[in-house]
Ligand binder design. Structure first.
Ligand code: ZN
Length: 401
């Protein structure tokens, strides 16, 4: 198949148009995204709302496909409109031109994460409408801002408001991740995220002395303990091939601050840790352990949680969850090989699960390198079009479940 054939494909053209909108951090302007989605909604003859849960510059677009039984809980097909920054010099293609090579490979920021998914939902609905199909449950397409900076102005606020309540959501489908082999990962949970800043207070003085209880000694003690814990998690991962990083706790030192000049022992040193906690780990126990290490180090250490997410129940992947059963069955029927995973990072599904709604993460991208947030992010036209077929199967399965 040569690229000429892809170039005349309506769905590929719509996808590339969306990719060309530079909705990139920082300070994303969402105007062009909203305009694009308005054109899409009107071409599908579906009503569209724009709501602003946090502030006017952070729109959430909601496209509604009314079901034949509108009193049943609805389905949301969520995607985020924003993309992460690019290092242009590292790209072999303009990241916002959506260039396509001879093999039909489309290069653009957002090609995998996740403008593809947002457009595939639209394409699947277009195809379903063409067959005369109408869903039983109402299906909402939600396009949210600022997922890549934590979702505070998007999904986190949306789920708290009356507009969301009025949507009567029963289930949410959102992004997953590409897979390098033939299989498709399905994400039913996320690790619990903590950003912990430790402030080590110690004896200050002249750099020529051997003072006791210095900030550096305390830092060393606690860092050793934390790194030992980190090693135990790496080992767990290495010893069991059925685990992946989402199944263990990751802990990384990401910032260090302190000191004024070389001959002054500083009164305080600070260290920031990114911690993503396995769903099997008891949170209170972990916090107590860290506090104990701080005490053993000599005290005077302050713990500041810059982010301390609560534990959120994983979405059930058993017969008690009819949406899961419908989801899995429809993928099985089209012969897709799937695996259930805990998402290693964070997505908007966190906020949806937090308010008690089951949510799954799934991106229909296999046999493709995982390039989200990477240079030369791409998706093959063939993979994109196959994904539309997958949603064409999935959406009715969920909406009629
Ligand atoms: Zn994403």
């Amino acid at each position: 198949m040569c690229s000429k054939q892809w170039e005349n494909n309506e769905e590929i053209n719509i996808f590339r148009e969306y990719l060309r909108i530079p909705s990139v951090h920082p300070n994303v302007d969402y105007t062009a995204c909203v305009d694009f989605l308005r054109r899409q909604a009107s071409s599908l003859n579906l009503p569209m709302d724009v709501v602003h849960p946090k502030m006017p510059s952070k729109p959430v677009v909601v496209i509604k496909w009314q079901g034949s039984s509108p009193n049943l809980p609805s389905i949301i097909l969520n995607s985020h409109m924003d993309v992460v920054p690019v290092f242009r010099e590292k790209w072999t293609h303009d990241p916002f031109a959506a260039e396509m090579d001879d093999e039909g490979t489309i290069y653009a920021r957002g090609a995998q994460d996740m403008k593809s998914v947002g457009c595939q939902y639209l394409a699947a609905i277009r195809a379903l409408k063409a067959t005369g199909y109408r869903p039983k449950r109402t299906v909402y397409l939600t396009y949210v801002p600022d997922e890549e900076t934590g979702g505070d102005c998007g999904m986190a606020e949306l789920v708290k408001g009356d507009y969301f309540k009025s949507m009567n959501v029963g289930f949410s489908l959102d992004e997953g991740m590409a897979s390098e082999d033939n299989t498709y990962p399905i994400f039913y949970a996320e690790r619990t995220m903590w950003n912990l800043r430790l402030k080590f207070n110690g004896t200050a003085g002249h750099g020529s002395l051997l003072l006791e209880n210095t900030a550096a000694e305390k830092f060393q003690y606690v860092l050793d303990k934390l790194m030992e814990f980190r090693r135990s998690q790496s080992q767990k991962l290495a010893e069991n091939p059925s685990l992946d990083v989402g199944d263990v706790t990751s802990l990384n030192l990401t910032q260090i601050q302190g000191g004024v000049q070389s001959n002054v022992v500083p009164p305080v040193l600070e260290a920031l840790f990114d911690i993503r906690i396995a769903i099997t780990q008891d949170l209170d126990e972990l916090e107590k352990q860290i506090r104990d290490w701080c005490d053993e180090a000599g005290g005077g250490i302050e713990l500041h949680f810059e982010l301390k997410c609560p534990f959120v129940e994983p979405t059930k992947i058993d017969p008690s969850n009819p949406y899961w059963m419908a989801f899995k069955k429809s993928l099985d029927e089209i012969g897709l090989q799937t695996h259930e995973h805990v998402f290693p990072g964070a997505t908007d599904s966190f906020y949806v699960r937090e308010v008690g709604i089951p949510a799954l993460g799934f991106s229909p991208i296999n046999n493709t390198p995982v390039l989200l947030h990477d240079h030369d992010e791409y998706l093959r036209a063939e993979t994109y079009l196959h994904g539309i077929q997958i949603y064409k199967k999935l959406i009715p399965a969920l909406a009629d479940s």
